[in-house]
Design a protein around this ligand. Structure first.
Ligand code: PMV
Length: 330
């Protein structure tokens, strides 16, 4: 009863921002992302009859507390589905630069869902696996697939129609992403808390939700046509709209630092100088920049020269879930 799975993190081009059901993690809008090569989590799950409770090792350290609780609550879902009452040893290796503002929860829960469901003997389709993964962390349901994936919000109260579907595979388009790491730190409003406050108090939330369907249709066409300007413009506008909702919340908040704005302005200046590049930002201050391979040098140099930028990490499109042998778990 053992399996090892590897999942990559993803960056949303159309953001998931708002829940209609907190317990089941059901969103108020469709979202769309690119899975990223290079940033991943590998997880080994072994179910054993003689265990009295689950155990969780992350990068070699035994984890307790909130992080452990989220893992074991997720394993409860898997045990329920399989109708088996048996505990597991979970061991994860995380190669996600959390300092770069990538939530390791996306690759973490995707790898945990894939490894645990396989180890316990469930034979899930990709959609079933995505639906299960969603209940660990929403954005993780998109990491089941490589390349571009869309999380369809669904309509049903039980969440059975809320899961991700593939839009275009990893090799469809060589789109690149630079993750810009900023040196200043700030007190973090978690994505969970930020979404909740926005849904409950921001008058801009209604406008956000209404604007999504046409953006999703347009960006999907842009991806299929490999139309970089179209995809970049929609992604950047969608990110700005998401962040605008937080300014309307009560109490208002923002994830941006002044260095966040410097990076945004540099990206717009790059564009004005003829180099196509666009930004997107998740629930934190760091910026992700979309560009094409032929502009990698200029984009990287520009970003590294901005005051307040600590590091720039480059990535291309990544693959979906893969299952590994024991000797590949390093
Ligand atoms: O799934 P969570 O709780 O990590 O929320 C992710 C929210 C954003 O990163 C801001 C947007 C997204 O779609 O990934």
């Amino acid at each position: 009863m053992k399996a090892i799975a590897k999942a990559h993190t993803n960056i949303a081009l159309i953001k998931y921002w708002g829940k209609r059901n907190e317990a089941l993690i059901l969103p108020t809008n469709n979202s769309l992302s690119l899975t990223l090569d290079g940033f991943y989590t590998s997880t080994r799950v072994v179910f054993k009859e003689d265990l009295q409770k689950d155990t969780f090792l992350l990068n070699g350290t035994r984890i307790e507390g909130e992080q452990y609780n989220r893992v074991t609550q997720f394993l409860d879902l898997v045990r329920n589905l399989a109708q088996k009452n048996i505990y597991a040893e979970v061991e994860s290796i995380n190669a996600v630069p959390t300092a770069a503002g990538f939530a390791s929860s996306a690759s973490g829960f995707a790898a945990l869902a894939a490894a645990s469901s396989k180890a316990i003997g469930l034979e899930l389709s990709d959609s079933e696996l995505s639906r299960l993964t969603r209940q660990g962390s929403g954005s993780a349901c998109r990491s089941i697939f490589g390349g571009f994936a869309e999380w369809q919000q669904g309509e049903k109260a039980d969440g059975s129609d809320s899961y991700a579907v593939p839009i275009a595979p990893q090799n469809h388009w060589d789109l690149r992403v630079a993750a810009v790491v900023l040196s200043a730190k700030m007190k973090k409003v978690s994505s969970r808390a930020g979404m909740k406050r926005t849904v409950e108090t921001s008058p801009f939330f209604k406008g956000w939700i209404e604007s999504i369907p046409s953006e999703i249709d347009a960006i999907k066409q842009g991806i299929l046509d490999r139309d970089f300007e179209k995809v970049g413009e929609i992604a950047e506008a969608n990110c700005l709209k998401m962040h605008a909702t937080t300014l309307g919340a009560n109490p208002p908040f923002t994830y941006w630092l002044d260095s966040t704005m410097s990076v945004m302005q540099s990206v717009q200046a790059l564009r004005a100088s003829g180099i196509p590049a666009y930004f997107t930002i998740d629930a934190g201050p760091n910026v992700k920049v979309l560009y094409l391979p032929e502009h990698e040098e200029e984009v990287q140099q520009t970003l590294r020269s901005i005051p307040g930028v600590d590091d720039v990490k480059l990535s291309c499109a990544g693959q979906g879930i893969t299952y590994l042998g024991d000797d590949e778990f390093v």
